[in-house]
Design a protein around this ligand. Structure first.
Ligand SMILES: [Zn+2]
Length: 190
């Protein structure tokens, strides 16, 4: 995972840094999101897009209720369209979010090799796109950059929903004032 390049204007840059520093995200103290995530997992075994969409809608309903935001719409597509609008410098292989229509799209297969998306990747994409929604609807980060804070918030939501412990993320500098996750260190936890 790689962060976006910071914007060049001072005002936007300040907002970017705010998003970068916002590393914490409140998470519910019940297990309703975990139960919804499990329903998504079961639905993926049947692999019809409509049952998966149904389970995702439930997940988004619970999450939106907790974070007090409007519920985004969801579309689950069997395969990724070959041409897809990609925001800025990031390439999102498994989903996207449109801030205008508040629509999350997720796909169950990748475009190129037609591989089935794993449950872990699918759930982490759902959490990622929902965090774009939170940026726009709750935090006022309209550009919803991929900052270190954004990835930390996404990880907090994902690990809560998956029922796995949150790992501290370790970052290393990348060219162009960007950061990327140091996976060996992150996986080692030191
Ligand atoms: Zn994104």
């Amino acid at each position: 995972m790689l962060t976006d390049r910071p914007p060049s204007t001072a005002a936007l840059r300040a907002r970017f840094l705010e998003s970068d520093r916002l590393t914490a995200l409140d998470i519910p103290n019940d297990d309703r999101l975990q139960a919804s995530a499990e329903s998504i997992h079961s639905a993926m075994h049947g692999s019809t897009a409509s049952s998966v969409r149904h389970a995702c809608t439930e997940f988004l309903s619970v999450a939106s209720g907790f974070y007090l935001v409007r519920q985004p719409a969801i579309r689950v597509l069997a395969a990724r369209p070959l041409r897809v609008r990609e925001g800025g410098s990031s390439i999102e292989l498994f989903g996207d979010y449109d801030p205008e229509t508040m629509l999350i799209r997720l796909w169950m297969r990748t475009a190129i090799r037609k591989q089935v998306t794993s449950f872990g990747t699918f759930l982490s994409t759902l959490c990622h796109e929902f965090c774009h929604h939170l940026d726009c609807q709750r935090f006022g980060f309209r550009e919803s950059w991929h900052t270190r804070g954004f990835y930390e918030r996404t990880a907090a939501l994902y690990h809560h929903a998956r029922g796995t412990p949150v790992k501290p993320l370790f970052w290393v500098r990348a060219p162009g004032e960007r950061w990327r996750i140091d996976w060996p260190r992150t996986n080692r936890g030191a």
